[in-house]
Ligand binder design. Sequence first.
Ligand code: ACO
Length: 330
Amino acid sequence: MSVGRTVSIVGTGSYVPERVVTNDDLAALVDTSDEWIYSRTGMKERRICAEDQATSDLGAAAARAALANAGVAAAEIDLLIVATLSPDMFFPSTACFVQDQIGAVNAFCYDLGAACSGFLYAIENARAQIACGAVETALVVGAEKMSAFLDWDDRSTCILFGDGAGAAVMRASDSGRGVMPAVMGSDGSLADLLWTPGGGSRNPISHEMVDRKEHFIRMQGRDVFKHAVTRMGDAVMAALEQNDVAVDEVSCFIPHQANIRIIDAIAKRLGVEDRMFSNVEKYANTSSAALAIALDEAAREGVLKAGDLAVLTVFGSGFTWGANVLEWGG
Ligand code: ACO
């Protein structure tokens, strides 16, 4: 499958807040333990924002790193997309705040809402616009201050998430296969398995809503787990088939970093245990930032080398999911 110009990721960057919160730190807040958290999730620690840091601050730091890595000036960006479920505010978009902080004065900017799947959706969105010639240079960012939306009294959710951001610069390329068209899907009938039910137009902010804690993330963990394994595995197979790439040709699989047991189950199903990238131990689940940070780390650590084929896959609230294949550096 080939549509329009070849599009490549020409630089990546990431940023995580300084403050490290370990499993033992959480055990001082709620009834849990390092053993419980690590054995069920693979998480050891996560980064949590300072109170005065907002999602756009994390996104801007990651964006600056990606632009420096790409050797691209902020003024060269035509399109700036921020994937997030924890925006600075309802409006304007967090992308506009990032634009202002980095000086991307020539970009048009918007947020993309696909929860934990957001960064891959944003990559596909930018790829399509560059491929058809609508824009030349895009900056895609996944940024989350998850800590602002967690009930720190609920041990079933507060242990799972962290804050952070990652970014990628994308441009048309005249070599290699670049970022290939993604396979994506959604199922809105399962929205209530993972959501924040209060604070929007369905259930506006009120004292009663806040007393019921409906402005915090709620999740049916076991159901989410099963759907995540099935959907990401299926999406990877479909993306490989669509782009005529065999599993054995892929050097690195980079999945959404939600839980090491989800990642291990997908790896086992695909038979790629030796090529699965994970950093969930260090950052926990940073939602739309997770894939972005993982991609940047895989590139910086030399796991991804020029000419390698990599597969990215995501799953998140909605439900939403997707996968793509890319040739790194080409
Ligand atoms: N510490 C100690 N005990 C806990 C904790 C905790 N932090 N949280 C829950 N428990 C208890 C429960 O109360 C329950 O106790 P009970 O048996 O006395 O009722 C017991 O542990 C088992 O609870 P389960 O929820 O059934 O535990 P499970 O083995 O399913 O693990 C987990 C929970 C880790 C959330 C798992 O379901 C999971 O990883 N699901 C995937 C969800 C996910 O990753 N979501 C992220 C967002 S979606 C995304 O990013 C893809």
